[in-house]
Design a protein around this ligand. Sequence first.
Ligand code: DHB
Ligand code: FE
Length: 280
Amino acid sequence: MAQVIGGITTSHIPAIAIAIANKSYDDPYWKPFFDAYPPVHEWLADEKPDVAVVIYNDHGLAFFLDQMPTFAIGAAHEYRNEDEGWGIPTIAPFAGNPLMSWHIIEQMVADEFDITSCQEMAVDHGFTVPMQLFWPDRGPDMPTVIPIVANTVQHPIPTVKRCYDFGRALGKAIRSYPEDVKVVVLGTGGLSHQLDGERAGFINKEFDLMCMEKLVSDPQSLTSITRHELIRQAGTQGSELIMWMMMRGALSDEVTVLNQNYHIPISNTGAGTMLLACND
Ligand code: DHB
Ligand code: FE
């Protein structure tokens, strides 16, 4: 049977892709950010997951305001990246895992989570930046991918509780897949940021650190945060915390923190990185 071995979170700020393209890893400005990743690379090289379930939010590339699924799951053979206008290089397509995607979609719908299934889905920086951070070489051990998108773009976005419950059902769906595959679950986005409006540039480090701590010790407690409260505390784009909740829900109840980092790099976003191993 499939096994969920752990989860990894990261911000997906497009400026990171520019720093990667410029190989700015040792630049004093970027070093405190990139220092979080070598321990993740080592863990991935040891564990060699077969499949990466990548939970992110599309920002208008695959879905736009006219068609906005609350939750979408990719079931494609491969996933293309496209130019979104950030000035970041587009990268080669990623191999999908349609058999496992359909298994997850079937199980999620049976569990009463109504899914938009996508046999074609362009992947934006919310997906590609984390993949570049975690698998910079895209070597022979590169896992196949199953992208999962949650709506953070257009009201009404799903509640924090719904996202955590989604993650719990997702974990169950993954573990019921009959093949012996090792699965890592990624949660991308966040932490606090607001890119526009009167509070543009708003960051709430205290809230971010509280969320990182509770995500490990008591994720259920975060489900009482309402969407309005989340945006008040974390900024409009800080709603991206919901992807972290989906990721956490898919892991075992008890997890071990193997690595953790919080840094506020260029741009407007509190960048948290966490590597969580499942204890079961
Ligand atoms: C930034 C952060 C994001 O989450 C995003 O999707 C785009 C830009 C930023 O901080 O610049
Ligand atoms: Fe984003």
